[in-house]
Design a protein around this ligand. Sequence first.
Ligand SMILES: [Zn+2]
Length: 106
Amino acid sequence: MEIHGDPPATYKCRNCQIPIAYRSELLSKNYMGKTGQAFMFSHARNIVFGQKEEKSLITGVYTIAAIFCSNCGEEFGWKYLQASEARQNFKEGKFVIECSKISKHF
Ligand SMILES: [Zn+2]
């Protein structure tokens, strides 16, 4: 089978290997998580949400929810639910996942 474009890489939970997101859903690699570099994804699967909370970042105040692996409970990062600044609205509904919590598979 011939595949065009990027290989269909999958990002999996580093702990239990359950698929979390696909390469086609990766929006940005320029985010910071709690512990280091983080990726922003348009979608994520096999996750559960923590409590909603308000988070103050350099770019404004956001309502977020922590996200965890539905299989092993590992904390991945957070989902942006709402942004206080209109120009940050594009982040709403997006997932920020720490690189150290996922591994890439081809
Ligand atoms: Zn897991």
